[in-house]
Write a protein that binds this ligand. Structure first.
Ligand code: ADP
Ligand code: MG
Length: 536
């Protein structure tokens, strides 16, 4: 055989590849690191993270998904873990740290199994079975809840807020969360359907967290654009426009040569005439208020003011949509199409000064199912964190009602599910049994972390908890202040069932997916073709 066998390259230059055990190890390591980062924030005694972005902007939070989004992780497996948090955020809004921590622990447990030469596909199969079983167990132990059980719902909201920057006002915030959810709820036959997207959260620095209020209608962070316009319009007829009320076409640069001053005047007159035409069209529709998603020209502002029409410009698309939903207005692009049928209705539109800035309140809307929670607090960082806590509380109350089921918290459901999973494992044969046992171990990371974060000894706490559960104390959880076992339900630590089922299923799905990977092939960084500016 000739000595100089040419190596064969099947991949382009610059490609990085790792395969087999190395790929697996790296992926697990990256995923574990992500979980480890957010783990210290779990629970009411969890710490906060300070995140500083490229612009120097600071976020102080203990919200799992916020931390992970701001971290901008690069590693592909780590990114998959971040997706788990995002799914949890989209589905419920709360429980993001829980989901990520469980995912990390499932992989850590799998690592031990891999070292014992259990094949990844066996682990995956075992995990799958365990996840399904965990679902059934959770369904079994969950407690029914309805809209009438205010006190339970309040505990659900308070549990979400506990330990967040908003804690001082948790009573009031919980009540607002419940009220806002009840406002947007709809009953269809025996089902409850609603979308928490109808609840708008607007934050405004100033005052204290206690000043947070629920407003019937939409509040937007904008001001009436011209001082000559009314700041208060009752029985408002609202036009929503998503194109600029100006004639400059920013796409095209036209050059006009003017040879004598009268031409200049004619040109200005012409421009004015066109703008006046636009304003006339708005007035002709009968609109008394205009919300424009784009700019409004100075001259247009002047003409609108003269006609007594109030206007706001550069209104966010999401705000335009919220106003559309609340007032029944249709968004119009071409002013020629605008007519009275497109207009929305609101009892009152008012510009008010809150803190040191103006906000526009759209109240008395045609559709009462639009509400805004105006979040207040002393500093930018506080309002941001209170807003996140409110998102969690609203999401939890909504989830509890939609799903009609809640469970105790403080680590109690995880201990109970782990206990019953172990029993289930004993009924299995072969190596999948090991995987199901590992799954059970992994769930205990939640109570263990709650204990660690509270400065308690996790081994003692877990031993006590398990003993209590063996004595059929279903909701035995951790009192994070004393380290003693407490009945989570009686202590008012209650969470929606869906937080737990969603966290477990997405954590297990991502763990399974990562375990199935035995090859990572990363292409070299794409270079911009010549002549193209580098990508931002
Ligand atoms: P996540 O992002 O997962 O929601 P949190 O920081 O909100 O993370 O922590 C949630 C965990 O804290 C849950 O397991 C919940 O049961 C627990 N928890 C919340 N309040 C208490 C409390 N007062 N005592 C003990 N545990 C609590
Ligand atoms: Mg939470």
């Amino acid at each position: 055989m000739s000595k100089d066998v040419q190596p064969i390259f099947i991949l382009p230059e610059g490609t990085q590849r790792s395969s087999g055990k190395t790929a697996q190890k790296n992926n697990i390591m990256a995923a574990k690191l992500v979980a480890e980062t957010v783990r210290t924030t779990l629970g009411p005694k969890g710490m906060d993270k300070m995140l500083v972005d490229g612009m120097g902007d600071i976020t102080v939070t203990n919200d799992g998904v916020t931390i992970l989004e701001e971290m901008q992780v690069e590693h592909p497996a780590a990114k998959m873990i971040v997706e788990v948090a995002k799914t949890q955020e989209a589905e419920i809004g709360d429980g993001t740290t829980t989901a990520v921590v469980i995912a990390g622990e499932l992989l850590k447990q799998a690592e031990t199994l891999l070292e014992q030469n259990v094949h990844p596909t066996v682990i995956v199969r075992g995990y799958r079975q365990a996840a399904v079983k965990a679902h059934t167990i959770l369904q079994d132990i969950a407690v029914k809840v309805t809209e009438k059980e205010e006190s339970v719902l309040k505990k659900v909201a308070m549990t979400a807020i506990y330990g967040k920057g908003a804690e001082s006002a948790k009573e009031k915030l919980s009540e607002i969360a419940i009220k806002s959810v009840k406002k947007v709820i709809e009953h269809k036959d025996s089902e409850i359907i609603f979308d928490t997207a109808h609840i708008k959260l607007e934050k405004k620095v100033g005052g204290s967290v206690e000043d947070t209020e629920l407003i019937d209608g939409v509040v937007i962070e904008k001001e009436i654009v011209h001082p000559g316009m009314p700041k208060l319009v009752s029985n408002a007829r609202i036009a929503l426009i998503d194109s600029p009320i100006e004639i400059k076409d920013t796409e095209v640069d036209a050059k006009i040569s003017i040879t004598d001053p009268s031409q200049m005047q004619a040109f200005i007159d012409q421009e004015e005439k066109m703008i006046l035409g636009m304003v006339d069209k708005i007035a002709a529709s009968g609109a008394s208020v205009v919300f424009c998603q784009k700019g409004i020209d100075d001259i247009a502002q002047h003409f609108l003011a003269k006609k007594g029409i109030a206007a706001a410009r550069r209104v966010k698309k999401s705000d335009i949509e919220a106003i559309a939903r609340a007032t029944g207005a249709k968004v119009v692009t071409n002013l020629d199409d605008l007519n009275s049928n497109d207009l929305g209705k609101a009892g009152l539109i008012e510009e008010k000064k809150i803190g040191d800035e103006e906000l526009i309140f759209v109240t008395g809307c045609k559709n009462p199912k639009s509400v805004t929670v105006l979040v207040r607090g002393g500093t930018e960082h506080i309002v941001a964190e209170v807003k996140r806590a409110m998102t969690d509380a609203i999401g939890d109350v909504a989830s509890a009602l939609r799903n009609g089921r809640v469970v105790g918290g403080a680590g109690s459901p995880e201990i109970e599910v782990a206990r019953r999973l172990r029993r289930f494992a004993n009924s299995l044969s072969g190596r999948e049994q090991l995987a199901v046992q590992s799954f059970a171990n992994a769930l205990e990371i939640i109570p263990r972390t709650l204990a660690e974060n509270a400065g308690l000894d996790p081994i003692n706490v877990l031993t006590d908890l398990k003993a209590a559960h063996d004595q059929k104390k279903l909701w035995a959880g951790i009192n994070v202040f004393t380290g003693k076992t407490v009945d989570a339900w009686n202590a008012g630590v209650i969470e929606p069932l869906q937080i737990k089922t969603q966290a477990i299923s997405s954590a297990s799905e991502v763990a399974e997916m990562i375990l199935r990977i035995d090859d990572v092939i990363a292409g070299g960084k794409a270079e911009a073709p010549p002549g193209m500016p580098p990508m931002g």
